[in-house]
Design a binder for this molecule. Structure first.
Ligand SMILES: CC(=O)N[C@H]1[C@@H](OP(=O)(O)OP(=O)(O)OC[C@H]2O[C@@H](n3ccc(=O)[nH]c3=O)[C@H](O)[C@@H]2O)O[C@H](CO)[C@@H](O)[C@@H]1O
Ligand SMILES: C=C(OP(=O)(O)O)C(=O)O
Length: 436
């Protein structure tokens, strides 16, 4: 278990460039299984989860060539399906959430796909019903190994297009079903589809590969199956969760920061939510400039009632930024109710912030009220353990703002989604050391 030691209370300054988007890269990498032709992908983040998925693809027989930093070619012209039944796959496939998305492409191209119960953050129940109900609608048979967490789908006669109303707008579920439907016979209509930028990017890539998809960016997708897909080139967007993390970091540490190449138009409501917390930010071309701010004041609703920030499927506010919003609110002027609707165990890390001196009432597993300290008392340094990726980065931001030396254990959680974070933060003036 590796550890960060952080000397907090320092102002940072300069420029930081977001990495490629983690959750987009995980979808895009799975899509390389849909064709025997070569696919080139750039701006792939060098993070634990993505590298684990690349390893799984390699074990499956995908030919992978690294062309430069973050740029790879993939060719899936000799896939070894036997690997899916190996003990190695049971171990590796279960180590991250994103690996579930190999099932759709494998089912579409080879008539079968399997996966051990996938990992990812322990942030509440993470069911897979949407994925498998969707595959079943396309005519696949669900297979389940009694007594073990190993699931699969198989088809004899091939997949057939169908109408489906998803039981929830699942991000990875929609990606999986879309990747199965592009090679199914006939028309598939997916209503209540997730439409995060990750999904939009996946659909645009599939179209470049020869797929027929209408409604990209909406919750109603119409897919007309084709017989074969070909190669293409794809570039991942900057990670919008990193962009939000850096806005939060600047505000908490009173720092003047420029976030380079943030692709502002793809950020949806994210900048507006930070503005509701009173944080000033300025769009400068494709960069975001955040001035040093001593005080930021949380807005109220028009009728004067307490601000609520809640997550929702896109174009709502992503749940992956709520922990960061919560941390920033601890030093704001004013109060806010944070409502994490999607996950039931993502707010438990607030006890660490309370230890650091923050005023937070955890109302129930989904809701926390934060009473901003208006910087009257800085957070106190402490020793903590990172429970999940976004709580981890939030605790890191809190530690960078706190007086004194803090220690964060289990930083593998942060490394899952943030590329060389210590190195990049040092470049803007942070005092952070990695201890192994
Ligand atoms: C690898 C990857 O891409 N992971 C992301 C993906 O996970 P993932 O695809 O696993 O998440 P889902 O979209 O399936 O669902 C997330 C949670 O929200 C709930 N839910 C979902 C949709 C809905 O309309 N109502 C609802 O309550 C689900 O029951 C579940 O508890 O999307 C999540 C939601 O944006 C993000 O937090 C994860 O970072
Ligand atoms: C929850 C997340 O990731 P995963 O779905 O991979 O666990 C996240 O990126 O915030």
């Amino acid at each position: 278990m590796a550890t960060f030691q952080i000397q907090g209370g320092k102002k940072l300054s300069g420029e930081i460039t977001p990495q490629g988007a983690k959750n987009e890269a995980l979808q895009i990498l799975c899509a390389v299984l849909l064709t025997d032709e070569e696919i080139t992908i750039s701006n792939i983040p060098d993070i634990r989860d993505v590298n684990k998925l690349i390893d799984i693809l390699e074990d499956l027989g995908v030919k992978i060539r690294k062309k430069g930093p973050g740029e790879y070619t993939f060719q899936s012209d000799d896939i070894n399906l036997n690997y899916l039944f190996s003990p190695e796959f049971r171990e590796r496939g279960g180590a991250l959430r994103g690996s579930i998305m190999i099932v759709g492409p494998l089912l579409a191209r080879f008539g079968k796909g399997y996966i051990p119960k996938p990992g990812g953050d322990k942030i509440g129940r993470r069911r897979l019903d949407t994925h498998f109900l969707g595959f079943q609608k396309l005519g696949a048979k669900f297979v389940y190994e009694e007594g073990s967490d190993f699931y699969g789908v198989e088809t004899d006669g091939g997949l057939k297009g169908a109408y489906m109303l998803l039981d929830e707008a699942s991000v990875t579920g929609t990606a999986n079903i879309v990747m199965a439907a592009v090679l199914a016979e006939g028309v598939t209509t997916i209503y209540n589809a997730a439409c995060e930028p990750y999904l939009q990017q996946l659909c645009k890539m599939l179209v470049r590969m020869g797929a027929k998809i209408e409604g990209i960016g909406s919750n109603l997708l119409k897919i007309t199956g084709v017989e074969k897909l070909g190669g293409c080139e794809h570039r991942c967007l900057p990670d919008m969760i990193e962009v939000g993390s850096w806005i939060g970091l600047a505000a908490m540490t009173k720092s003047e920061l420029t976030i380079k190449d943030a692709q502002y138009d793809e950020l949806g409501v994210i900048p507006e939510v930070f503005k509701k917390l009173g944080i000033k930010l300025e769009r400068r071309g494709d960069d975001i400039y955040i001035p040093a701010q001593d005080i930021y004041e949380i807005e109220t609703f028009i009728d004067g009632s307490i601000m609520t920030i809640a997550d929702a499927p896109w174009p709502g506010f992503t749940p992956d930024l709520l922990s960061i919003v919560l941390v920033i609110a601890t030093q704001a002027k004013g109060s806010v109710l944070i409502h994490q609707k999607m996950f039931e165990s993502r707010l438990f890390f607030v006890d660490k912030l309370i230890d650091m001196g923050a005023q937070i009432i955890l109302c129930d597993p989904h809701r926390a009220t934060v009473i901003g300290l208006e910087r009257k008392y800085p957070l106190r340094s402490t020793t903590m353990t990172s429970p999940d990726i976004r709580a981890g980065i939030s605790l890191l931001i809190a530690a960078l703002s706190a007086e004194g030396t803090s220690t964060i254990h289990n930083i593998e959680q942060i490394d899952r989604g943030y590329e060389r974070i210590d190195e990049r933060l040092r470049k803007i003036g942070a005092e952070i050391v990695r201890l192994n």
